[in-house]
Write a protein of this length. Structure first.
Length: 116
């Protein structure tokens, strides 16, 4: 899922960059070769944006398709592997839960007792 999220993030970022580029081009066409040149560039930018958005859809669907129950179950599996200190197939660190708790003690990362 992390690789899908990274790809999705990159593609959404690329599409955002294209939107910003279009805005800059339209703001001052004379600075970019005039209205005709800018319109040709915008047409190309729009094509690229459409292709990106088409490629984004399957990634988003893959990430958000699992039911909440399945998501929670998978998260629980990852948590158990991490808590038991095993790298397993998920590649987690061997750092044990008690070491993480000790490292986080007194640094403001713990929830106040009255909020637990």
């Amino acid at each position: 899922m992390l690789s899908h999220l990274a790809k999705l993030q990159a593609k959404i970022g690329d599409d955002h960059d294209l939107v910003v580029l279009k805005s800059l081009l339209r703001k001052d066409p004379a600075a970019f070769g005039g209205t005709d040149a800018v319109e040709r560039i915008i047409c190309s930018v729009d094509d690229k944006s459409r292709r990106l958005r088409r490629s984004i859809e399957p990634l988003g669907e893959a990430i958000f398709a699992p039911s909440p129950e399945r998501f929670v179950r998978k998260l629980g599996q990852h948590w158990k592997v991490w808590r038991n200190g095993g790298a397993g197939r998920y590649g987690y660190s061997k750092l044990r839960h008690s070491e993480v708790a000790k490292a986080g003690a007194n640094n403001g990362t713990e929830c106040p007792r009255d909020l637990r």
